[in-house]
Design a protein around this ligand. Structure first.
Ligand code: ADP
Length: 448
């Protein structure tokens, strides 16, 4: 096992990893930009190294700065958290070339899943159901028209190099196709420096269902059920729950089994998430994330497992500490993302926290790096906390969420807390009756 791990991240996820390290008796090293000198992860880690100025390009994303920090402190492994370098295959290669361990999958698996066309081909080969679509990239409008005619309208044009919902355009009919195709290509070129696009059948009212998987890199693979993350704004998740309210135990076992088998066959190492759109009882693969997800705590709650501990174990060459039979689903968990943002436009709202009080009590977990007097810097993500609740069933989890939100105090900046108070009053949220468009429509009607 490692003696010392460097955490190449900040905020709540850096704390999350430090906590796992401490429980495992492993020393932790925080890295930080000058803007984060007073951040909680710097205070909580056993050691801290300043790796650069405010700009994340020059600090949290700087390969040489992070490798040098490992050399100075003697850290043997790097945990990337999520975002930043967590899905950067070139970084993983360099980490390994320096004789260090990357806590995550191999560079090859990251690369394979980072390119959407290759990811889809791989998924199909492994027996994972995919969205009907073009065979590979679509080079011109004529080919796009042909592909669309075959799969039927509406269609969606997506960037091969895509991410964060950019470079995607829907065409409801052939009349809209040419403009949609050209726009998707130019957006993709601007955002990713690559204008290759592919096409899929556009699903009209799907839910976003993602399966948590884990592999030991030695042929072992399990699934930890699904999360429903359908409540999204601009393709950003805001409210996540597990298990999915629309998924039966039989469906869970079926899709989970397919995913676990695929992971084992790939020889995948560590945590991963296989994302699907789900409509009329069918799952359609859209992408795989080769890292720990923001919303992993809802899965931890219902399976009572520490996913970060497990990531560290398998990175150190150990086998998984649980088998599929050990993983028994218990109750229901919900996470809401507390962002420093001003409604109704969700404008980032950095600034000084004058008062912070975290909720507590049975079944409540608050993952946050906030403290009284902390100043949220304007340079990074606006996520300032995740409130996770666990109950014996969904109604209990909802009641607990309402109670816990009532106890949470974040003063000094605007936050998304009022959004969740309002959402909990909605019948569709209470019954779990929503799809990926529900929140956008609700925001238009209620905040627009
Ligand atoms: P990104 O990596 O940019 O987030 P994804 O492929 O994960 O791209 O898709 C992001 C979101 O776009 C999905 O969660 C869904 O809301 C929407 N989407 C993607 N593909 C389709 C499709 N075939 N039909 C309907 N909606 C889609």
């Amino acid at each position: 096992m490692f003696d010392k791990i460097l955490i190449a991240n900040r905020g709540e996820i850096a704390l999350r990893v430090i906590r796992a390290c401490r429980e495992m008796g492993i020393q932790s090293v925080a890295v930080h930009s000058t803007a984060d000198a007073d951040a909680m992860h710097v205070r909580m880690a056993d050691e801290a190294v300043c790796i650069g100025p405010n700009s994340s390009t020059l600090s949290y994303l700087s390969f040489p700065a992070i490798i040098a920090a490992c050399e100075i402190t003697g850290a043997q492994a790097i945990h990337p958290g999520y975002g930043f370098l967590s899905e950067n295959a070139a970084f993983v290669q360099i980490v390994e070339d320096h004789g260090l361990s990357f806590i995550g999958p191999s560079a090859e698996h990251i690369r394979q899943m980072g390119d959407k066309i290759t990811a889809k081909e791989t998924a199909e080969r492994l027996g994972i159901p995919i969205v009907p679509g073009s065979k590979g990239g679509v080079p011109d409008v004529e080919s796009a028209k042909k592909a669309a005619a075959e799969m039927g309208y509406p269609v969606i044009i997506k960037a091969t190099a895509g991410g964060g919902g950019r470079g995607m355009k829907v065409a409801l009919s052939e009349a809209e196709l040419e403009v949609a195709f050209r726009t998707a290509r130019s957006e993709s070129k601007a955002a990713f420096g690559n204008d290759e696009v592919y096409m899929e059948k556009y699903l009209q009212k799907p839910r976003h269902i993602e399966v948590q998987v884990f592999g030991d890199g030695q042929g072992g693979g399990v699934h930890l059920g699904e999360r429903d993350c359908s409540l999204q704004r601009r393709h950003q998740k805001v409210f996540e729950e597990a298990p999915g309210p629309s998924i039966s135990p039989e469906e869970r076992a079926r899709i989970g089994g397919i995913c676990a088998k695929a992971i084992a066959e790939m020889g995948y190492k560590g945590a991963g998430t296989i994302e699907f759109l789900y409509e009329d009882g069918e799952f359609y693969f859209i992408e795989m994330n080769t890292r720990l997800q923001v919303e992993h705590p809802v899965t931890e709650a219902i399976f009572r497992q520490d996913l970060v501990r497990e990531q560290i174990r398998v990175a150190a060459g150990e086998k998984l500490s649980f088998s599929q039979e050990d993983l028994l689903l218990d109750g229901h968990a919900i996470e809401v993302r507390i962002n420093a943002e001003k409604l109704p436009n969700f404008t980032p709202c950095p600034g000084k926290i004058t008062q912070y009080h975290a909720p507590g009590g049975l079944g409540v977990r608050m993952d946050s790096a906030l403290y009284d007097g902390y100043s949220i810097p304007p340079y990074y993500d606006s996520l300032i906390g995740k409130l996770i609740v666990h109950g014996r069933d969904r109604p209990e989890a909802l009641a607990r969420l309402k109670r816990a939100l009532g106890e949470l105090i974040v003063d000094g900046v605007d936050t998304t807390i009022p959004l969740f108070h309002a959402l909990l009053e909605e019948k569709d949220v209470q019954t779990g009756d929503y799809n990926i468009h529900w929140l956008e429509k609700w925001l238009e009607t209620n905040l627009g």
